[in-house]
Design a protein around this ligand. Structure first.
Ligand code: HAM
Length: 420
């Protein structure tokens, strides 16, 4: 039997209402903050991710779904959304848009060849936002407040926002030098990944799962001490504005993120809920000031975040929060005879064309079973069609909540249902 590929899942009808509910809410919140949807292709040139995400990252080194197409082009299923959105901003010359920053959001599947684990999939759906074109701490704060607003609006409580500043390029280079000096003498004690990271991206050593307890990681130089005045001021302003808005956060000087494009503000949102599992990061993001220029674009900066709907659902489950199931039918038509079934078909056709959701039994079940089915389908109204009803061309419309019935001709019934 052929099975769903490892690390992917079917979202079945009993689950899909959750996705619809969440996506609808995310669209609404994005609108409140004046972000507009952007849709980019599912695959891009491999170079895009190598350059933007970084050749030394796990995403590029280990996790990309890369293939040659029939024209021998190297393409990659997108592992994340920022690089494609930035590519589109540059390609479509959005720096000339009257309104800056250009505020964009996406809800789209991403692909990473990762080890399967609870909360970690090879195909997952990210909701992400990017504000590109202006550098201003107010925008960093807007992004963070939107992020908290999203999770709180679903009723989640066990949340921990962690922030750090990676500083500008100058600060980052100074810090990397300090890390090389710090780790080099004893790099032989570290894993093979870290031994190459020291040459390509020393900051990533701080984030290594294998070596996180090494004393040199614990007493590594702090990024904050290498921030130049401008970077420090930027970070302090962001923090002060978060305080003004009463947005709670913790500073983690070791937060480095797994993608190379970050500068200044970087952040992650974690779940503290019991039973959430080992992977507690719900969302991550940050500012990327050098990225556009690095991709031969204009001298513009951006900031954004992305969350996966899969982990949002896990967090809701861990906190015991139910997602309302708004499924339901306006009308269920029960039938007693073959002739009644034919009539029901015609009636349903008319009802549905007028925008009324309606269904019937297709399995020739007994009336009792049909009523049960109507119940299961959450039907607000029912009618029963038998010989009498066909003869009189009318039926009793029953309100399933109050039990009230009303005798109506079929035409009257359609217009009554329309009014309701
Ligand atoms: P990221 O931290 O790689 O950042 O991913 C963001 C979020 O995507 C994670 O916090 C997590 O919720 C979800 N996620 C990542 N990998 C998986 C997976 N294998 N299974 C399920 N969920 C996953 C980015 O992707 C950046 N583009 C975020 C960003 C936007 N930065 C600036 N703008």
């Amino acid at each position: 039997m052929i099975q769903v590929p490892r690390g992917t899942q079917d979202i079945l009808p009993g689950e899909s209402y959750k996705w619809q509910y969440i996506e609808k809410k995310l669209h609404e919140i994005a609108k409140n903050y004046n972000y507009e949807e952007i849709r980019t292709p599912m695959f891009e040139s491999t170079d895009l991710f190598v350059r933007a995400v970084g050749g030394s990252t796990d995403i590029v080194n280990k996790e990309m779904y890369t293939f040659l197409d029939k024209g021998d082009r190297s393409l990659t299923l997108r592992p994340e959304g920022t690089a494609p959105v930035v590519r589109s901003y540059i390609e479509n010359k959005m720096q000339h848009n009257v309104e800056q920053p250009v505020k964009l959001f996406y809800v789209a599947p991403m692909f990473r060849y990762e080890r399967k684990q609870k909360g970690r999939y090879r195909q997952f759906v990210q909701f992400g936002v990017e504000a590109i074109g202006v550098e201003d701490p107010l925008i960093d704060v807007e992004i963070l407040s939107m992020l908290m607003h999203i999770y709180q609006s679903f009723g989640l409580k066990n949340l921990k926002l962690v922030i750090n500043s990676i500083g500008d390029m100058e600060s980052r280079n100074e810090y990397n030098k300090a890390l090389v000096e710090h780790f080099s003498p004893r790099i032989g004690e570290f894993c093979s990944d870290c031994q190459s990271r020291i040459h390509t991206n020393p900051m990533r050593i701080l984030d290594c799962k294998k070596d996180r307890d090494h004393e040199l990681v614990k007493n590594a130089p702090r990024m904050y001490d290498y921030l130049n005045d401008e970077s420090k001021n930027y970070f302090e302003t962001v923090k002060a504005k978060l305080d003004d808005l009463n947005i709670a956060y913790a500073v983690d000087y070791n937060l480095v993120r797994g993608l190379d494009y970050y500068t200044h503000t970087a952040f992650e949102l974690m779940s503290n809920a019991d039973g959430f599992g080992a992977i507690t990061t719900l969302c991550g993001g940050g500012r990327y000031n050098g990225l556009l220029e690095m991709m031969d674009g204009p001298d513009k900066t951006g900031i954004g975040f992305a969350l996966s709907i899969e982990r949002l659902i896990l967090a809701l489950e861990a906190e015991g929060i139910d997602i309302p199931n708004e499924k339901g039918l306006d009308l269920y038509v029960c039938t007693m005879t073959d002739e009644a079934r034919d009539l029901a078909g015609t009636l349903l056709h008319k009802l549905r064309n007028r925008g009324i959701s309606a269904d019937m039994d297709y399995e020739n079940r007994k009336l009792k079973a049909q009523m049960k089915d109507a119940d299961r389908k959450n039907a607000r109204y029912t009618i029963v069609l038998g010989e009498d009803e066909i003869q009189n061309q009318s039926a009793d419309l029953k309100n399933m909540q109050t039990g009230e019935t009303k005798k109506l001709s079929f035409e009257e019934m359609i217009s009554t249902m329309e009014e309701i």
